[in-house]
Design a binder for this molecule. Structure first.
Ligand code: CMC
Length: 433
């Protein structure tokens, strides 16, 4: 461990404290400021956490300058090419890729937990049919906490593993139920003989009158989407899950906090926003108008699917998603897909524009995922729920890592207070009862 020796905090420019600098296995070093307040009476100020590492983690590494994303050390490109989603789930949860017996036992466990308690179906009835699927997800995944609470000991590794299995297994069932509920169709039960992705697509698209078999290319495309969304280190929703979990709250409730955070358009809601934006742009001739709106400081419009807090070169997930887009549209014979053409042209024009070049704004994963999901027959308002399905494993892995961490404390940030200083309520002010 090295130490930052010259942190100057007083008027005489004399160093007043020495802060340790911690080194990880790769990536930037961090200044350990845990003792800063105790030693100096000062807090750090970092709204948006631009320069703050909130925890130690061994799960995912991102190098935003080089466009590198690793799950447990493995490059996302290799995982997307050589593994399926459940193998990646196992890797994220356990740190190593499974061997054949481990994978088969993991798949079996997931398959055996895909059904939801029948009582849970009643929760849907409280929602309007036109409720946004993410609103229903927040309600129904949150309701799982009522089914798995008293018997759950979060200090038990076995119980935490069971939580992970239940969530990875049941979230697709709930996502598909959200879709069926909004279209007024009966819920479709999971089928154990199908793979994770085949089962999900069947629960989405089959009806009691008509079965559904997905084409292998579409299964592979959705599997890839899930892999690309599986984890992304301390993003907003994962940090929300960690913060909620830091108080010892029920993990199903904590995952729901993550789902709520994901819903926002700056985060997972961007995939839905991208498709709505492309539909609004409508034609390549309108692109310059929208580029100008995005550049206008007085216009709140942003080019959805562009920019990332960490990636400042390219988002490796976007590259893979773009390739998947070609594959899926090819398979479906949709070469002249209007939305895809529009997206490619928007990307081309934006990438040549000084504003986007200077601010290092590149297409992110959500720029293309919507087009693939659209081609898979997933309704636009379901896109963010699909993201939640992929990210569930990341959320639960981070929650587990945090609970098992001996350094773990309740997350409790401080603030720079800028409100009124202490004052008295006017003497004549009387309480009205
Ligand atoms: N269109 C136009 N201008 C943009 C955009 C955009 N999409 N993104 C950032 N900027 C500008 C922004 O106005 C600011 O300009 P200035 O420095 O002149 O004030 C500058 O770029 C930096 O932006 P920021 O908001 O300070 O950057 P951030 O790191 O806080 O935000 C972001 C990152 C992803 C929230 C943002 O780029 C954004 O809103 N993008 C659109 C939404 C989106 O696609 N989100 C999905 C992210 S990837 C999936 C996920 O991880 O959930």
């Amino acid at each position: 461990m090295t130490h930052l020796r010259s942190l100057t905090l007083n008027e005489n420019a004399q160093p007043v404290c020495e802060l340790p600098v911690l080194t990880g296995s790769t990536g930037p070093n961090v200044i350990d400021v845990q003792a800063l307040y105790k030693d100096t009476g000062l807090f750090t100020y970092d709204p948006g956490f631009n320069s703050t590492a909130s925890c130690r983690s061994t799960i995912t590494f991102i190098d935003g300058e080089k466009g590198i994303l690793l799950y447990r050390g493995y490059p996302i490109e290799q995982l997307a090419e050589q593994c399926n989603f459940l193998e990646v789930c196992y890797l994220i949860l356990n740190g190593e890729l499974p061997d054949a017996p481990q994978l088969s036992s993991f798949e079996h466990n997931i398959t055996m937990h895909t059904m939801v308690h029948d009582q849970l179906t009643n929760f849907f009835k409280g929602f309007r049919r036109d409720a946004h699927p993410m609103a229903i997800m927040v309600g129904v995944v949150g309701a799982l906490s009522a089914f798995y609470h008293d018997a759950l000991d979060i200090r038990s590794k076995k119980d935490r593993e069971m939580c992970a299995i239940r969530l990875i297994a049941k979230v697709p069932t709930i996502v598909a139920m959200c879709h069926k509920y909004s279209t007024g169709m009966p819920f479709m039960y999971p089928q154990n003989k199908l793979s994770y992705v085949e089962n999900f697509l069947r629960m989405m698209h089959a009806t009691p009158c008509d079965d559904y078999t997905a084409s292998p290319v579409l299964v592979r495309a959705l599997d890839r989407i899930l892999i690309l969304h599986a984890d992304h280190e301390q993003n907003a929703s994962t940090s929300t899950v960690r913060l909620a979990g830091s108080s010892g709250a029920n993990p199903f409730a904590c995952i729901t906090a993550g789902i709520a955070c994901l819903w926002g358009a700056a985060h997972g809601g961007a995939n839905e926003a991208v498709l709505n934006m492309l539909e609004k742009i409508g034609d390549v001739s309108h692109i310059p108008e929208y580029i100008n709106k995005a550049k206008d400081k007085n216009d709140p419009f942003r080019l959805m699917g562009f920019g990332h807090r960490v990636y400042k070169n390219h988002d490796p997930r976007a590259k893979l998603m773009r390739t998947t887009c070609y594959e899926v549209l090819d398979e479906l014979g949709l070469h002249d897909n209007k939305l895809f053409e529009l997206a490619l042209e928007l990307e081309r024009i934006a990438l040549e524009d000084d504003y986007f070049i200077e601010k290092k704004l590149y297409p992110n994963v959500d720029f293309y995922s919507g087009i693939v999901l659209h081609a898979l027959g997933i309704p636009t308002n379901m896109f963010t729920a699909m993201f939640a399905m992929g990210r569930t494993v990341g959320w639960i892995a981070h929650w587990d890592e945090m609970i098992a961490d001996p350094e773990q404390k309740i997350g409790r940030p401080r603030q720079l207070y800028t409100g009124a200083v202490q004052r008295d309520v006017p003497a004549g002010h009387k309480k009205t009862v």
